[in-house]
Ligand binder design. Structure first.
Ligand code: NDP
Ligand code: GDR
Length: 332
């Protein structure tokens, strides 16, 4: 019997306080789910996204860490979920060169904990693994899909490839409903400011309000396929509603360079990026990926999903949110 029949609409999200965790919580709550989240840290600060969406008191937070098997087992016991969304990760690519072992534990090995905990608690629980386009790395093709071979370029990408294959393996070995979403970059006003898009929109807001003059960036020519996180969590949810588990690329199909993202974001605030953006070689990566564009045709066919928000609308949303934060003194 499917877990949804015995456990109702209950979900457990690891990484609930992250960007996707916050949007996914909002989506699941709107669909009538009871939402539980595994939260690694007790700091009040880490809850800012849930607070910003007005969800802090609407979800049940369970303190625990994905590297600790007993944390996940306890969370499953408490939440009795029909669906588990494994979003927790050390998700910063740059940091993964500084913290390769920790990244391997949190982003890779912890997937074993999640899957083993489910196998022992109730193997009919449906599982989503947050895989990443970073697994493709040096794929050597202009447009990437589910058939493209992986050649990860960072310890983060390597750890994600491990988690991806383990998810496929539990589906094939144990017949579990395990799906892997190979998501390309997705952004929002809730994106961490360590990632380039939010670093840019926050700087645009601060420059516009006279709080900052210059913005230092690394590789301006890197091209990414940037979508809106709010659209992507819908695809994640749809994966777990399918009768059969599978793997899906989620992307917009449009590639844009960091330089062009800057151009758009500064222009939205009436500024010229060339007057403010500087490059700093210290921000270059030991190995970068020149261009990444995804083909989400399979998701369109099977899930009826496609990206609904244009890059221009996303940039406008992010710049406006950061201007409002600066005006309120929240990003002074
Ligand atoms: P975030 O970094 O915003 O969120 C990740 C969350 O995981 C954070 O709340 C973090 O908490 C938590 N976490 C970190 N370590 C642990 C741990 N040991 N135990 C429990 N929780 C932990 O990432 P996103 O929301 O952007 O992404 C969600 C997932 O999707 C991640 O796995 C990411 O790698 C993956 N992904 C993201 C993409 C994107 O473009 N956003 C694209 C493809 C994949 P804290 O902040 O306190 O450390
Ligand atoms: P990424 O996102 O590494 O793709 O990982 P990030 O925004 O960090 O980098 C995108 C590209 O921008 C270039 N870049 C800079 N990046 C940062 N962070 N800071 C800079 O100053 C800067 N200047 C240029 C980078 O070199 C890179 O080419 C994100 C994360 O969410 C992962 O968890 C997720 O799996 C992937 O997206 C898909």
């Amino acid at each position: 019997m499917a877990a949804t029949e015995t456990r109702g609409r209950r979900a457990l999200i690891t990484g609930i306080a992250g960007q996707d965790g916050a949007y996914l919580s909002r989506l699941l709550l709107a669909k009538g789910y009871r939402v539980y989240g595994l939260l690694a840290r007790r700091s009040n600060e880490s809850l800012w996204r849930l607070r910003e969406l007005g969800l802090e008191d609407k979800v049940t937070l369970l303190v625990g860490d994905v590297t600790d098997l007993s944390s996940i087992l306890r969370a499953l016991e408490e939440a009795e979920p029909a669906e588990v969304y494994n979003l927790a990760a050390q998700s910063t690519v740059t940091k993964s060169w500084e913290l390769p072992s920790l990244t391997a534990q949190v982003t890779g090995m912890a997937v074993v904990n999640a899957l083993e905990a489910i196998r022992s608690a109730d193997p009919s629980i449906r599982f989503y693994q947050a895989s990443s386009s970073e697994m493709f790395g040096l794929a050597g093709k202009p447009v990437l899909d589910e058939t493209t071979a992986f050649h990860p370029r960072s310890p983060y990408g390597v750890a994600k490839a491990f988690g991806h294959w383990l998810t496929v393996n539990y589906r094939e070995s144990h017949g579990m409903h395990c799906s892997s979403g190979i998501l390309f970059n997705h952004e929002s006003p809730l994106r961490g400011s360590e990632f380039v898009t939010r670093k840019i929109t926050l700087a645009v807001a601060r420059i516009k309000r006279g709080r900052q003059q210059k913005l230092q960036l690394g590789n301006l020519e890197a091209k990414r396929d940037w979508g809106f996180a709010g659209d992507y969590v819908e695809a994640i949810w749809r994966m777990l509603q399918q009768e059969r588990a599978d793997d899906y690329v989620i992307a917009t199909g449009r590639g844009t360079s960091v330089r062009d993202f800057c151009r758009l974001a500064f222009a939205h605030a009436g500024l010229d990026y060339e007057r403010h953006v500087e490059t700093d070689s210290a921000l270059l990566r030991p190995a970068d990926i020149h261009a990444m564009v995804g083909n989400a045709d399979k998701a369109k066919r099977a899930l009826g999903w496609s990206a609904g928000t244009s890059l221009e609308a996303l940039v406008a949303m992010m710049v406006e949110a950061d201007l409002a934060r600066v005006d309120k003194g929240e990003a002074a």
